[in-house]
Each structure stands twice: as structure tokens, then as C-alpha cells.
Design a binder for this molecule. Structure first.
Ligand code: NAI
Length: 419
């Protein structure tokens, strides 16, 4: 079947969104221009499972314009698809299987369409496509030139395949590019998570107690923005002593979730782990507490416990589900516990995705150019490509930096200079 999206008549609105994103993604647009000229991906079949947003749209167009024979796209989350963008991409000649509000069966059916399109190179966000190509579609997995992975959770899953000796193709962990995680995970998620919380609830963050679970790159960004929005207290919970210490020195309160549970007005999980907020925590929460998740899967706020503690449940606003507990307290779960920034808002700002997706583009090109030369391993993006993205980004922002003098190069190379 050639594409399945919600409504093709939304294409015009989607085109405008894509136009807006292009205006704010100068690095990727430069790679696209170059790609149009040199067609480095000529003949390549590409399969992608990514959040179907306007920024992903620009990446898909860049890959197609660089000569890819076919680009097939499915959503990496059942609720994150922008239906107008999906329609516009179909019009552009991309095969798209995505619509907002998929059931779990529909979600996997769409990913299957990508696997069955026999891609040479695959792009994934979260690892569901990679997992499918290593189980149900192992045979097709064995034919793949290489893959990329966008997010921390997906990289963890791929590393586990690598450890068990099961990885079927080389993978570039795009998430591990400095120009990705330092910016996308931190500043992108930091801002867009609050964008999602505010669009869903319209609450005032100033004066509230915000609890952030996990002080990784995503958690750091969320805590920083909570402070910037005037939160009264920003509390971090962690399991890693080094990151906990870092949070303390960054000026945040650190305590276990069991203590934070009774203090928070807004909770945001960003751990990539499961059941970070569970029964014992819900039991202590204040009436009206808001629960949001920014981690990849909807397992961080443990919904089965919330359901079993509740006597009533209703959708009170779009993306806000009210749970009434036995003692009458109400807890509000945003975006069904899925990535709040992508479900209740539009995901990261385009300026940030410009770098993440420039890295994706360069990783696809790298895998194609190095076909047959790479091992079945998870690779970090080559440093030169990472630096190239940073240089291009600075250039498009009109910012210049210093260069090492020959004496400085020499000095940094030598062990013989002392005081
Ligand atoms: P990270 O590995 O840098 O940080 C995760 C942190 O959570 C670690 O410091 C870890 O010690 C901590 N943690 C683990 N279990 C915990 C627990 N039970 N309680 C408290 N802390 C705990 O990962 P990163 O890059 O910050 O990503 C976090 C999640 O966010 C991943 O699932 C990732 O895929 C996702 N992500 C989501 C984005 C979005 O757009 N919403 C964007 C980028 C990443």
C-alpha cells in the first residue's frame, strides 16, 4: 500500500509548516542544497521511524533530494504525528504511514511497512524499528547496510543487542553527537516540555514546586527552564550519585522521590527508566498534582498503579486526564504519560532539530559511503562530522571563533613544556 495518513487534504497547511521549519533549519538546508547538486544518496532506499513533525519532514525531503530512490516514514510514537505534515510529505513523494492517535496494533503495522520496504539504511527514534529488524524481520535485518538512532533509550537498546552479539548491522548513535545531546536533549526538551505542559494546562509555573526525575541531559534542561520560569522550588531526584551531586552544585534540591512526592505541584520524569513514579508516590501526592513525562516511553509514570488507585477517570481538557483517588484527591496525567513535548506541543524547536537532523543526514551519508567497511557495532558519530555541524551552525548564526596559532598547536602537542 502506498502511504496511509489521516487526511491528504491537510497537505497545504503541512506545506506551510514545512516552510516555517526550513526557515529555521539553515544547516540542514545547506546539506540539502549540496545534496541536490551532488546526489550522494543516489539509488539508496531509506526507511525511517521518527516523530512525524515538520522538522522530520525537512530531513525526509533532504534525503529524497539527495538522490534516495525511496524514502519510507512511519511514526515513532502513536500520538506525536502532525497530520498536516504527514499529508504534505506524501505529496512530496515520501511514503508515509503515520497519523495521530494510533492504536498499538496500528503503530506496529506502520513500522512493519517500513521494514517490508526493504530499506538499505534505517533511521530510528527509540529503537522499535531496530528491535523489529532483529526479531520478526531478522532476515531483512541481515540485508541492511546500516542504521542510525536518534535517542538515548534507543541507543541503550542497541548497545544491549551489541553486547549480546546479536547486532545485524552497524549503527551510528546520532544521539551521542555533542551537537545532538548537548542541545536537543537539554535545551530542546527543556523548553518544549514546558511548552507542552503549558499548552495542556495553561497553569502558571511561577510559584510552583517542580520535581524533575533524572538529571541526565534531558533532566538538566527541564530543571533549568523550571527555574527560569520562576518555580518556587526545583527538586531533582536521581539514582546516580555523580549526577545527584551535579544537581546540588547547580543549585537544585535533591531528595528521594518518596520525599519529593508530597511536595511537588508538577512532576516531570526524564529517566528512560520504568515506574519512577509509582503507587507509593501517588499515595503521598497533593491534591491537584500534575504528572508529565519527557522520557521516551510511557512507562516512567506507572499508569497501572494510578489506574488501580483511582475510583474515577475523565479527560478534563485535551491532553489532561484527571484521576480521582479513593480519598477524593485528584491527580492530572498529561499526554497519557507519553512524551509531553511531542504530544501536547510540537516537539523541539526547529533550530535545535537543525543540528540533530544534520547529524542524521550526515550519518546516513557516512553509512552509505562506508558500506561493507564497518563492523556490526554501535558507533559514535565521527568527531569531524560533529564539529562540521557546530561550525556550520555558528556560521549560520553569524558567530566567529578563534583559531589556534601554530605555536599553540605545537604547545598542546608537546609534553616538554612546563612552567
Ligand atoms: P541520560 O542517560 O543522560 O539521563 C537519564 C538519567 O536518569 C540518569 O542520570 C539516570 O541516573 C537517571 N535515572 C535512571 N533511573 C532513575 C530513577 N529511578 N530515578 C531517578 N533518576 C533515574 O538520558 P537523557 O539523554 O537525559 O534521556 C532521558 C530520556 O529522555 C530517554 O528516554 C531519552 O530517550 C528521552 N529523550 C526524550 C526527548 C524528548 O523529546 N522528550 C529528547 C531526548 C531524549
Amino acid at each position: 500500500m502506498k502511504s496511509r495518513v489521516k487526511d491528504l487534504s491537510l497537505a497545504e497547511q503541512g506545506r506551510l509548516k514545512l516552510e516555517w521549519a526550513m526557515k529555521h533549519m539553515p544547516v540542514l538546508m545547506r546539506l540539502r542544497e549540496e545534496g541536490r547538486d551532488k546526489r550522494p544518496l543516489a539509488g539508496l532506499r531509506i526507511g525511517a521511524v521518527l516523530h512525524v513533525t515538520k522538522e522530520t519532514g525537512v530531513l525526509m525531503m533532504a534525503l529524497k533530494d539527495s538522490g534516495a530512490e525511496e524514502v519510507v516514514l512511519a511514526a515513532s510514537n502513536p500520538l506525536s504525528t502532525q497530520d498536516d505534515v504527514a499529508a504534505a510529505l506524501v505529496e512530496y513523494g515520501i511514503r508515509v504511514y503515520a497519523w495521530r492517535g494510533q492504536s498499538s496494533e496500528e503503530y506496529y503495522w506502520c513500522i512493519r511497512q517500513v521494514a517490508e520496504s526493504r530499506p538499505d539504511v534505517v533511521l530510528d527514534d527509540g529503537g522499535d524499528l531496530h528491535a523489529m529488524l532483529h526479531s520478526e524481520y531478522k532476515k531483512l535485518g541481515g540485508e541492511i547496510t546500516g542504521g542510525t538512532e536518534e535517542t538515548t533509550t534507543g541507543v541503550i537498546r542497541l548497545k544491549s543487542l551489541e553486547r549480546e552479539g546479536l547486532l545485524l548491522y552497524p549503527v551510528v548513535a546520532v544521539n551521542n553527537a555533542y551537537t545532538k545531546f548537548l542541545f536537543d536533549n537539554r535545551f530542546g526538551t527543556g523548553q518544549s516540555t514546558f511548552d507542552g505542559i503549558m499548552r495542556a494546562t495553561n497553569i502558571l509555573v511561577a510559584g510552583k514546586n517542580v520535581v524533575v526525575a533524572g538529571y541526565g541531559w534531558v533532566g538538566k534542561g527541564i530543571a533549568l527552564r523550571a527555574r527560569g520560569l520562576g518555580a518556587r522550588r526545583v527538586i531533582v531526584t536521581e539514582v546516580d550519585p555523580i549526577r545527584a551531586l551535579e544537581a546540588v552544585f547547580d543549585g537544585f534540591e535533591v531528595m528521594p522521590m518518596s520525599e519529593a512526592a508530597g511536595i511537588g505541584d508538577i512532576f516531570v520524569t526524564a529517566t528512560g527508566n520504568k515506574a519512577v513514579i509509582r503507587r507509593e508516590h501517588f499515595e503521598k501526592m497533593k491534591d491537584g498534582a500534575i504528572l508529565a513525562n519527557a522520557g521516551h516511553f510511557n512507562v516512567e509514570v506507572w499508569i497501572p498503579d494510578l489506574e488501580s488507585l483511582s475510583v474515577g477517570k475523565r479527560v478534563i481538557r485535551e491532553n489532561v486526564t484527571e484521576y480521582t483517588l479513593r480519598d477524593g484527591r485528584k491527580l492530572y496525567l498529561l499526554a497519557e504519560g507519553r512524551l509531553v513535548n511531542l504530544v501536547a506541543a510540537e516537539g523541539h524547536p526547529s533550530e535545535v532539530m537543525d543540528m540533530s537532523f544534520a547529524n542524521q543526514y550526515l550519518a546516513v551519508k557516512y553509512l552509505h559511503e562506508n558500506k561493507g567497511r564497518l563492523e556490526k557495532k554501535v558507533y559514535n558519530p565521527p568527531r569531524e562530522l560533529d564539529e562540521m555541524v557546530a561550525r556550520l551552525k555558528l556560521e549560520t548564526m553569524g558567530i566567529r571563533i578563534d583559531e589556534l596559532t601554530p605555536e599553540q598547536v605545537e604547545y598542546l602537542k608537546s609534553w616538554s613544556y612546563g612552567t
